[in-house]
Design a binder for this molecule. Structure first.
Ligand SMILES: Cc1cc2nc3c(=O)[nH]c(=O)nc-3n(C[C@H](O)[C@H](O)[C@H](O)COP(=O)(O)OP(=O)(O)OC[C@H]3O[C@@H](n4cnc5c(N)ncnc54)[C@H](O)[C@@H]3O)c2cc1C
Length: 1095
């Protein structure tokens, strides 16, 4: 028999970690927390109880009966420390109280060590090549032969991008002169010469995808910014440059991309200004140089003007992910724009964060637990035993999650990939039959699909694309066109019966329909398709259900009437759909329990009963999911906000500063005053409020003048619900450790009921369990209290909750289940600084309410998870909102991005100019040593490469990958048959099956196909793979030969007087090359997922 320790050791796999940066300071922070764990001071339950339950300060919403004593508690129960301004906070040790507070500079030697070492390792080419000089940027005077298409007429329609501020407090005369910049750089220096253009193109495209941008099309803001400056044909080159800059950033996000590095993505100096505009946009909008990166500061010339004005002050309220994200980004942006503030005669602005709690992280709270009585997990990579009271799961790192850069690329935190397999146990503790579960899950998803037919329809956006074929090969467009996008659009619009500008070049309208629900997060996965295309009975049969006797395949549900009812909600319509399905198929009480387990899961992701959700907007964020495994940070998620607050240097944070009043300037041009409960007050030019929606709803922070009705209406329409957790710490694990997640079905209030209303109060009670031992380092189970149960937790005694959770566990694991040695119960609804868990789409929500929440009022800018419609209720959404707020502040301070005209220099003048620029450079202005060295390396590499190719020809191309996938071959051959099957049972008015519906059908047919039917495709796939491998082997031989010849040719060439001699330290070259040469996402985990061929 294996020892328990062996078991633990073995289960410590699935751990990953970023690889780039080690936050020494963070380690220190964590070890301090561990060493001073509050658990030595756990009060006895009786002593703690009155504080724990002191709900008196929680306002009207928490006025239900409050227990006075807790003498019946049998285990040590330690509540969250978040509650109220009661004496509770005195009893609970606050993790961050062990740290130097944010107001002080970090005097901690180890942290300083980190800063020093990071500077050493990061003080590289980035800052080195950021200096400006006179080389190669042409003058501002537009030539009559300008190839930048000339600006035509003013747009008649407003093409403003919604939700970004346009008001700025910098008058035109104050703004730095919009002169054409000069760049001390050569074209192409940031494009690697040692990889094939095709590979470079792939990396650029991947970088855009990992940055939430369409690699092949302009973002709406890029379109608005560039439409009067470039032609459709020039979009390709612009996108190649933009994607190239993103590639530089993702190659090494520990170091910010310097302006000159970005300019070096242009292949021709005529495009330098375009590259500069792209760089500015990416920088300001937080697509590059965000998080804990070391960034180059902009060059500040010696200031000769009148005494500088004091820098502006930005007060950020809240040190959660949005507030810290915003404050860090502002610091980073101000450093990079220091020169512009100087030109305005101002000092660089100050940023101060006011946080009500005595800890950082807000709703990301990794509460320390005492591991002294517990078996420790061997191989645990965290520094501290903790449990996640709030945000916990990272829903995939791929496809643009900014946490990928923060956590893996910059902080190198260890993380654990949750195993997605989930066991479901029925009320009697027996595992639910997997087939039955699947059947009910499909029915539930079908109900979701049917109700999603009534979702808000979002208007299509503009789609201005580059030439994909060229971009895939890393090439720019040869032709440049001579009419701006604006000119073409307006000329087209002026034709009889033509579409107005705003309706031209629209992206195709794509309907996203829910296809499955994630068991770990409750979120629905969507795919393009047509909602509720098939009649209900036909679909039920397809899913595998037997129809009731006498029910024909064309029997359908009728949801229109219920959907039109004025008080319809997501929950009411789902209940209606289930009730109607009961007439078509036989549903047992167990099916109801299963169905309600899935509903509870959806209630978990919305932190409220489905009856509190808008039918139109409940999944407004659909289609923005990340990809990749769900993960948790080992040792505590709170390390991420801590890292943001402290690296690369400490932010100015004032803790224990509960803001009670914000007096702001409604016109946005004066000062605001922020007053705290402790009497502290501060004047600010801008206030960024990340106050949670629950607190805004509660009204405990006063705004003077009161916020306008359009804002307060959105505040009341959006929902803010409660999800709570019961967290149980054990001496040792007694549960099935082969899974990280398991679910338990709950009985309705009336046993065996087939009425949906009987299930609501119970279905979310400890319905979902997470074994979080791998991230806590000690045996811990965490149960969710979702939907009505989340609200109920606020008023239920600790011992009752722990007993209930223990009973649930005993139903599954038997009487052996012990009492926990320690327990934590969260009550986010009673928390003065949250007043709930996260936002949701309230029943009367309007489709643009999240955007409205993001809108600025006077000089108050809003951020927080409740201000982002694309990623609400999440940690990453909160962070992104902070980046957006920082960008809004900077735009307001400095005005919009300056776009020189013409943006692209005419060919002729550029040629003469670049030669004169080079001459001028040689005569008068020497390049900075770093830039000169960089340029020499690049020129040398390029020349060497050209010599090699002339001598031995191109490097052989790797054979093209083949699908080698039997399913793909099958689906290609059976596409028509699948389409026909989709057309059967189709409802009237649903149009033709979409390609995605056909794909889903093909996949179903494949699953149903017999081994004989599959065999020919499998054989074909095997053959394809065999041929590919053969070609690959041949290629490997010839490429090896080519590489050795190339090495020889290079050696000979260098021996012939072409050797590059660099006198300085090789450090900067290495760093520059590192960024250019690396592949995107090298800090990502290697999980074997990029296997070349599937099938
Ligand atoms: C139980 C639970 C589970 C969750 N699970 C996940 C998950 O698995 N994955 C995920 O991505 N997200 C999850 N979330 C959501 C996620 O945690 C939040 O969306 C995110 O942390 C919110 O960040 P924020 O900066 O907008 O707000 P907060 O983190 O709440 O930050 C706001 C800050 O403002 C401070 N503050 C409030 N009022 C005042 C005042 N008057 N004066 C001064 N300061 C004030 C608060 O103390 C707080 O620090 C979960 C949340 C909860 C509660």
């Amino acid at each position: 028999m294996r020892s328990a320790q062996e078991t633990l050791l073995e289960e410590g796999k699935n751990i990953g970690s970023g690889s780039s940066m080690d936050l020494d300071g963070l380690d220190l922070h964590l070890s301090l927390l561990a060493s001073k764990s509050d658990l030595t001071k756990i009060p006895t339950s009786a002593a703690r109880a009155p504080d724990i339950y002191s709900l008196a300060n929680t306002g009207p919403s928490t006025s239900k009966g409050t227990p006075k004593t807790e003498s019946e508690i049998v285990v040590l129960v330690d509540d969250m420390d978040t509650d109220m301004n009661s004496t509770a906070s005195g009893l609970v040790t606050q993790p961050e109280s062990e740290y130097p507070s944010g107001q002080e500079s970090v005097a901690n030697p180890k942290l300083l060590g980190f800063q020093e070492s990071s500077r050493k390792s990061l003080g590289s080419s980035a800052s080195a090549i950021s200096e400006q000089s006179d080389l190669s940027s042409p003058p501002a005077s537009p030539s009559s032969k300008a190839t930048t298409p000339a600006h035509v007429t003013d747009t008649k329609e407003s093409l403003e991008t919604p939700s970004r501020p346009i008001a700025t407090d910098v008058t035109r005369s104050q703004r730095p002169t919009p002169s054409r910049r000069k760049f001390n750089v050569r074209p192409r220096v940031s494009i690697p010469t040692d990889i094939a253009p095709f590979d470079y193109a792939n990396q650029c495209i991947a970088a855009a995808e990992h940055s939430r941008l369409n690699p092949y099309a302009l973002h709406q803001e890029e379109y608005s910014m560039l439409r009067e400056h470039i032609s459709h044909a020039q979009v390709t080159t612009y996108l190649n440059i933009r994607n190239g800059i993103l590639r530089l950033w993702l190659n090494n996000p520990r170091i910010g991309v310097a302006r000159e590095e970005a300019i070096g993505c242009a292949k021709d100096s005529r495009w330098f200004d375009v590259a500069n505009v792209s760089y500015e946009w990416l920088l300001r909008r937080g697509f590059i140089n965000y998080g804990c990166a070391e960034v180059p500061s902009s060059k500040t010339r010696r200031y000769k003007g009148p005494p500088k004005r004091k820098g502006k002050t930005v007060v950020v309220i809240g040190a959660g992910m949005s507030g810290l994200g915003c404050a860090r980004q502002l610091e980073t942006l101000f450093k990079q724009y220091a020169g512009q503030f100087q030109q305005l005669g101002e000092e660089v602005p100050n940023v101060i964060v006011l946080e009500g709690r005595s800890r950082l992280g807000g709703r990301v709270y990794s509460r320390a637990v005492n591991g002294s009585q517990c078996q420790r997990l061997i191989g645990f990579k965290g520094q501290r035993h903790s449990v996640e009271c709030g945000g916990m799961i990272i829903t995939g790192f791929e496809r643009g999650n900014p946490l990928n850069v923060l956590l893996r690329g910059q902080m190198a935190l260890p993380y654990y990939a949750l195993r997605p397999e989930t066991n479901l146990y029925d009320t009697n503790g027996k595992p639910v039959d997997a087939q039955r579960d699947l059947l009910v899950e499909r029915l539930f998803n079908d109900c979701l699909e049917r109700v999603s037919d009534y979702k808000f329809k979002s208007p299509p956006s503009k789609l201005i694309e580059g030439n994909r074929d060229l971009m895939d090969e890393g090439r720019d467009s040869a032709s440049e066109g001579n009419k701006t996008i604006a000119h073409v659009e307006e000329t087209t619009a002026s034709m009889p019966q033509a579409a107005p500008v705003s309706e031209q070049s629209l992206a195709p309208q794509v309907n996203l329909v829910p296809v499955s629900t994630d068991k770990a997060t409750g979120k629905t996965h969507v795919e393009p398709g047509t909602a509720a295309a098939l009649k209900a009975a036909f679909k039920a049969k397809l899913m595998g259900w037997a129809l009731k006797e006498g029910i024909l395949e064309d029997r359908d549900l009728e949801l229109d009437t219920a959907a039109k009812s004025p008080d319809v909600t997501l929950g009411s319509l789902i209940d209606e759909a289930i009730t109607q399905y009961r007439d078509i198929i036989d549903l047992t009480p167990q099916d109801y329990r299963l169905m309600n387990w899935h509903i509870a899961n959806l209630e978990y992701s919305n932190a409220t009963n489905l009856k509190n959700l808008s039918l139109g907007g409940w999944d407004i964020d659909a289609g923005n999911e990340w990809e990749g495994k769900h993960t948790m940070v080992v040792g505590g998620y709170q390390s991420v906000p801590w890292g943001l607050a402290h690296a690369p240097s400490a932010l100015n944070i004032r803790k224990d500063s509960a803001v009670k009043k914000i007096t702001y300037n409604a016109e946005g041009n004066g000062t605001a005053r922020v007053e705290c409960e402790d009497g502290f007050s501060i004047d600010a030019d801008y206030v960024v409020s990340t106050i949670p929606l629950g607190v805004l709803k509660h009204g405990s922070v006063k705004f003077d003048p009161p916020l306008p009705a359009w804002k307060t209406d959105a505040i009341s329409r959006l929902g803010f619900g409660i999800l709570n957790k019961v967290i149980l710490v054990y001496q040792e694990r007694f549960w099935d450790t082969s899974r990280d997640i398991f679910g338990v079905l709950r009985s309705p209030s009336s046993r065996h009921s087939l009425k949906q209303s009987d299930y609501a109060s119970q279905r979310g009670r400890c319905f979902q369990w997470f074994d979080v031992s791998n991230t806590s380092g000690v045996p811990v189970l965490l149960a969710l209290m979702a939907g009505d149960a989340g609200f109920d937790t606020e008023y239920t005694k600790n011992d009752e909750l722990v007993s209930e959770a223990t009973e649930v566990l005993r139903s599954v694991y038997g009487a052996k289940v012990p009492q926990p040695v320690h327990a934590v119960v969260t009550r986010w609804g009673s928390d003065k600084f949250a007043r709930g868990s996260y936002s949701s789409a309230g029943p009367s929500m309007k489709s643009d309410d999240y955007d409205t929440m993001a809108k600025t009022v006077g000089n108050v800018i809003f951020a927080g998870e409740h201000t982002t419609g694309t990623h609400p209720a999440t940690v990453h959404g909160a962070y992104l909102s902070g980046l957006r707020a920082a960008s809004d502040v900077l735009d307001t301070m400095l005005g919009p991005i300056n776009i020189p005209s013409p943006l692209i220099i005419p060919k002729e003048s550029s040629m003469s100019l670049s030669s004169s620029a080079v001459k001028r450079k040689a005569d008068t202005v020497p390049l900075s040593p770093q830039a000169s060295k960089q340029a020499r390396i690049e020129a040398h590499e390029l020349a060497a490469w050209q010599h090699i190719i002339e001598k031995i020809g191109d490097r052989p191309w790797r054979p093209q990958k083949v699908a080698g996938n039997s399913y793909l071959l099958y689906s290609k051959a059976n596409f028509d048959a699948a389409r026909k099957r989709c057309e059967e049972g189709r409802r009237l008015g649903k149009g033709k099956p979409s390609p995605n519906e056909v794909r889903v059908m093909t996949s179903k047919m494949w699953k149903e196909a017999t081994p004989e039917e599959k065999r020919p495709y499998e054989d074909q796939a095997t053959e394809q793979k065999r041929v590919y491998h053969e070609k690959l082997k041949e290629w490997e031989v010839v490429v090896k030969e080519w590489d050795s010849k190339a090495l020889q040719a290079r050696g000979e060439w260098e021996a012939n007087g072409n050797k590059l001699i660099l006198e300085d330290s090789p450090f900067d070259e290495a760093a520059g090359r590192e960024r250019r040469g690396q592949k995107v996402n090298t800090y990502a985990e290697s999980d074997g997922s990029d296997v070349e061929m599937a099938g």
